[in-house]
Design a protein. Sequence first.
Length: 152
Amino acid sequence: MKKVDKNKVKDVAEHQIDAIKKIGIIGEFKEFISRGNVLDLAVGVIIGSAFQNLVTSLTNNIISPILGCFADADFSAYTLTLGGLTLKYGAFFTDIINFIIMAFVVFIIVKFMNKLFRKKEDNKIKEVKKDVSKDSREVIILEEIRDLLKNK
């Protein structure tokens, strides 16, 4: 049985611990943030937040006043008081309108992207079919040449 040098083992262990300490939370964060998906996600969140503000403004400043014409009031002002409890159902209704607008816009974006990707896939399939048919013609011609050479 080999004798293990305790000092060597201790040096290796200390080296590994030092490496882990150097990486630490800062190193882990650097590794996490350097991934491409994180940047894409951050951009998406920022654009989504700005878009949410735009939709909220559209609802509060245009849609709610138009709908309020029929009820002679602003929906966000509608409240229901039960004892000491005040329920702002008008503000909730405004939030529902915001949600429907956001969901519709996201649906349109997803539908457009799906159509775009389908179109790209269809083009790839057409190219592959052209290549296959081209190869088939070439193969047929080569087979005919081979057969003619065999017959001579």
